[in-house]
Design a protein around this ligand. Structure first.
Ligand code: DX5
Ligand code: ZN
Length: 238
């Protein structure tokens, strides 16, 4: 592990903590998901996505249990953080046991951690742990989970993530029937809560997401693999 990780105690706030909340200057934030980046040149890909207007980097973590795929762990997050220390790393845990990984990702430079409500019986201890580490905290719902599952926790969290594909893979088709859930969460949310949509976001599907209250749009395949990241990111935000 890096020197920086070694000097970070489990109770010390992460450097740049709460930065997600400080991105309030833009009404709609775009979060390029590095899941579709070329991992052989990950630093360059991240740098290009931010230079093209990406506001934060979305880090999709899959354990092969909660979703039928494996992706990346804290070591990759740590590499990205060390290569781009100012980047706001938005970690999305699609794992059966989020408690096992929160401290590792905080030490690896995450600014924000979202975990799934379907994975826990009581999210509040983990939300408190994330906050104690100096990070912002989010809760995610799968396409088949109702918005009501998050409503009791909206005053405790900083971000509600609505999945618009079944999690596990990039490049899937947007599921429009989830849109009313983001509207419900936006209308029920306290001021300042971010509502993030994730999956199948393109310049064609982004307007409906924005119209239904989403203010962070995650996109992997719509950005990475294209020739011009900037025009796609501008189109998502417009
Ligand atoms: C899906 C991940 C998404 C994914 C989005 O399980 O949570 O963040 O990377 O990929 P696209 O934008 O290609 O649907
Ligand atoms: Zn994601």
């Amino acid at each position: 592990m890096s020197d920086r990780s070694a000097t970070n105690s489990s109770t010390a706030p992460a450097p740049g903590s709460r930065r997600l909340l400080k991105l309030a200057h833009r009404a709609t934030l775009v979060a390029p998901s590095i899941l579709s980046a070329d991992f052989a040149k990950l630093g360059d890909e991240c740098r290009a996505a931010l230079a093209a207007g990406g506001d934060l980097l979305h880090v999709d973590v899959m354990d092969g249990h909660f979703v039928p795929n494996l992706s990346m762990g804290p070591a990759i997050c740590d590499c990205v953080h060390r290569a781009l220390p100012e980047a706001v790393l938005d970690v999305h845990l699609m794992v059966t046991d989020p408690a096992a990984y929160i401290e590792s990702f905080a030490k690896a430079g995450a600014a924000h951690i979202t975990f799934h409500i379907e994975a826990v019986s009581d999210p509040l201890p983990l939300v408190a742990q994330i906050h104690a580490l100096g990070l912002t905290a989010g809760l995610a719902i799968n396409p088949d989970t109702p918005a009501a599952a998050l409503e009791p926790y909206l005053t405790d969290i900083d971000l509600a993530l609505v999945m618009s594909v079944h999690p596990g893979f990039s490049g899937q088709k947007f599921i429009p029937s989830v849109l009313p859930k983001s509207r419900t969460l936006r209308d029920a949310a306290p001021r300042g809560l971010r509502v993030e949509m994730d999956g199948g976001i393109t310049p064609e599907t982004a307007p409906a997401c924005r119209a239904h209250g989403c203010d962070i749009l995650v996109a992997a395949s719509a950005i990475f693999g294209r020739n011009d990241y900037a025009s796609v990111i501008a189109a998502l935000r417009a």
